[in-house]
Design a protein around this ligand. Structure first.
Ligand code: BTN
Length: 243
C-alpha cells in the first residue's frame, strides 16, 4: 500500500499530474489541506483544513485506464460501501460520480487523465465531507458531512485506510472480471426521476431510466431513448434547483 500524506498542497490531483511518472500504480495521495482544490466544471472544491478526506488515486494499469467510465462509477460505489460500513444509510450514487445521502452531496469525484501519445494515467480525485460541522456559502448541490449525519467525529486515519482498501479491493475485482452492474443499478440516485435538463445544450424534460451497463446514463427525452455521457447533461428541478 503506497500512501503519500501531505500537509498542504495546491491540489492532490495536480500533485499526481506533476509526479505520476515516478509513482507506482494505486499510489494514494492525501492532503490535510488543499489551497486550490478543484471540482468538476472548473469549480473550486473547498474543504476545511484537517476535517475532511481530500485525496487522489493514481491508476497506471493499462486495463483499468481503458475502463475509465466504470472506474468513475466504481469509485462512487466504493465510497458508498465505506459510508454504509460507518453506519450511514440512504446512500446512493448520483451519476456520473457523486455520492449522495438522501438529497445531499457527501462526496464528489474528479476524474482526470494525462495523455501524451496515448493515455498515460488516470487520476481519481475524491473529496469526502467527514468532520466538517457546517458549510457556508452557495452550493450547486447542498453538501452534508458524516459528522452531520452521525452526530460524532470519525477518525480520519482509520477512514482513510478503509477507503483505500475498499477502492483497492473493488479495482482488483474489476480487473478479475467481477460484474458490479447490479450493485450500481441498485444504488442509482437518478433512476426513475423526472427532471428538467440541459441535454447537449438544449433545455428538455427528461425521464431517467438509469445508469446503463456501459456506465452512460439512459434517459427518455422527446419520446426517444438515448444514452448520454458525463458532461452532456445538467439536471435541475422545475424549481430551478440543481440535482
Ligand atoms: C466535484 O464534485 O466537483 C468533484 C470534487 C473533487 C474534489 C477532490 S478533493 C481531492 C482531489 N483534488 C482536487 O483538487 N479535487 C479532488
Amino acid at each position: 500500500m503506497k500512501i503519500i500524506d501531505l500537509v498542504t498542497v495546491d491540489s492532490t490531483n495536480t500533485y499526481l499530474k506533476n509526479n505520476y511518472q515516478h509513482l507506482e500504480d494505486m499510489t494514494f495521495v492525501c492532503a490535510k489541506y488543499q489551497t486550490a482544490g478543484r471540482g468538476r466544471g472548473n469549480r473550486q472544491w473547498l474543504a476545511e483544513e484537517g476535517k475532511n478526506l481530500t485525496f487522489s488515486v493514481l491508476i497506471r494499469d493499462e486495463d483499468l485506464i481503458g475502463r475509465y467510465k466504470m472506474l468513475s462509477v466504481l469509485s462512487a460505489l466504493s465510497i458508498l460501501k465505506v459510508l454504509q460500513k460507518y453506519g450511514i444509510s440512504d446512500v446512493s450514487i448520483k451519476w456520473p460520480n457523486d455520492v449522495y445521502v438522501r438529497d445531499e452531496k457527501i462526496a464528489g469525484i474528479l476524474l482526470e487523465s494525462v495523455s501524451r501519445e496515448s493515455l498515460e494515467c488516470l487520476i481519481i480525485g475524491i473529496g469526502l465531507n467527514v468532520n466538517q460541522k457546517s458549510f457556508q456559502g452557495e452550493f450547486l448541490h447542498q453538501p452534508v458531512s458524516m459528522f452531520q449525519l452521525l452526530g460524532q467525529e470519525t477518525d480520519l486515519d482509520n477512514l482513510k485506510k478503509d477507503v483505500y482498501q475498499q477502492l483497492a479491493d473493488c479495482f482488483s475485482l474489476l480487473k478479475q472480471g467481477h460484474d458490479f452492474y447490479r450493485q450500481i443499478a441498485e444504488n442509482d440516485y437518478l433512476k426513475g426521476r423526472k427532471a428538467f435538463g440541459e441535454v447537449r445544450g438544449k433545455e428538455m424534460e427528461v425521464e431517467v431510466i438509469g445508469i446503463d451497463e456501459d456506465c452512460s446514463l439512459k434517459i427518455i427525452c422527446e419520446n426517444r431513448i438515448m444514452n448520454i455521457e458525463s458532461g452532456e447533461i445538467t439536471f435541475h428541478l422545475s424549481s430551478g434547483r440543481n440535482i
